[in-house]
Design a protein around this ligand. Structure first.
Ligand code: F6P
Length: 363
């Protein structure tokens, strides 16, 4: 039997389990492959003894409806920048990819499928260059990967955010308040923009369009002057004012990422300082957007990604990442896949259409 290793890296995302199940089922059908999962991304491979589980019908059956990942995950311990303590006790980062590639080979794996976002696919690419037969599967609720038109998890996140937005509208209306809802997305405004359009927000603030606080205030004032008496704002966690900084940028010592969050409160302060009179309340949705059951669309996309990834393994098309482009399940090279991000185009149709609907971006 040939041995296939699967792992999930980076933040969890609704649909990860559906990908794992898709890979497992497609592999099982061939009767040629055994499938193993590395627990907590590649940490399971590096652990001594390795922390791997064999995937079986008993632990994979029915998992497509569950959020999270049965293989666990982490966005710390990136082998390209592995945090270690130096002799002074300070954290320094070292490249452990070679050691990881050697370990994967020594464990006798014939193929690896790495499910993760941009950071994980950079690891996939580095491992591929070191001779590891690897396939990538894109994952992110942020929709910020340019090599695929969409990823599983995004639609679920937007639906959760929209349901929450709808609830905030009724309370905003009842209290004549300004409600600010902060959503995830890191440096991309996709979740915010889709939620704002779906929910009918009056204001949408995204990282790609730095806002002018006076323009946001003017929009609020005009709503109150017209007697509408309430305003709902969606703000992406990575949004910033013109000339301002992103909020919550605490660089964690064991992660290369900046942790965003709190921009809703900053906007609230800025509005009050600019003389905004109505009562303002802030809601930070946070990890609720990544949790729970994946919606049907994401289950389908994730299942197709899993089956496609295994197809690429069978065809020995290593060094590729599965992609959904122009309504087709296809593949791109990992090199291509990690090149560019996918950001909202401030001059694109989505923003234009939202403006045509009367939405303000504070620009
Ligand atoms: O990339 C997915 C994401 O949920 C971002 O939208 C968010 O900024 C980040 O991960 C949060 O990461 P963590 O789970 O480490 O707080």
């Amino acid at each position: 039997m040939k041995k296939l290793l699967v792992c999930t890296g980076g933040g969890d995302c609704p649909g990860l389990n559906a990908v794992i199940r898709g890979i497992f089922k497609a592999a099982k059908k061939t009767k040629e492959w055994e499938v193993y999962g590395s627990i907590e991304a590649f940490n399971g491979v590096m652990a001594e003894p390795p922390f791997l589980i064999k995937l079986k019908k008993s632990n994979v059956g029915g998992i497509h409806v569950k959020g999270g990942t049965i293989l666990k995950t982490t966005n710390k311990g990136n082998p390209l920048q592995f945090p270690v303590q130096d002799e002074n006790g300070d954290i320094v980062f070292e490249d452990r990819t070679e050691a990881l590639a050697e370990k994967i080979k020594s464990l006798g794996f014939d193929a690896v499928i790495n499910i993760g976002g941009d950071g994980s696919q950079k690891i996939s690419n580095a491992l591929f260059k070191l001779g590891v037969p690897i396939i990538g599967v894109p994952k992110t609720i942020d929709n910020d990967l340019s090599a695929t038109d969409t990823t599983f998890g995004f639609q679920t996140a937007v639906q959760i955010a929209t349901d929450s937005f709808d609830k905030l509208v009724t309370t905003a209306e009842s209290h004549h308040r300004v409600m600010i809802m902060e959503v995830m997305g890191r440096d991309a405004g996709w979740i915010a923009l889709h939620t704002a359009i779906a929910g009918g927000a009056e204001v949408c603030l995204i990282p790609e369009i730095p806002y002018d606080i006076n323009k946001v205030k003017a929009k609020i004032d005009s709503r109150y002057e017209k007697g509408r008496g309430f305003v709902n704002i969606v703000i992406a966690e990575g949004a910033k004012s013109r000339g301002g900084e992103v909020v919550g940028s605490v660089r964690e010592t064991v992660s290369e990422h900046l942790r965003l969050g709190g921009v809703a409160f900053q906007l609230s302060h800025e509005l009050k300082a600019a003389g905004c009179k109505p009562e303002i309340r802030e809601t930070v949705l946070g990890h609720i957007q990544r949790g729970g059951t994946p919606m049907a669309y994401d289950r389908v996309l994730a299942t197709m990604f899993g089956v496609k990834a295994f197809e690429l393994v069978q065809e020995q098309r290593f060094g590729q990442m599965v992609s959904f482009k122009n309504n087709d399940y296809t593949a791109v090279s990992l090199e291509e896949a990690v090149k560019d991000y996918n950001f909202v185009d401030p001059n694109g149709f989505l923003v234009k259409a939202a403006k045509a609907m009367g939405m303000s971006f504070g620009d």
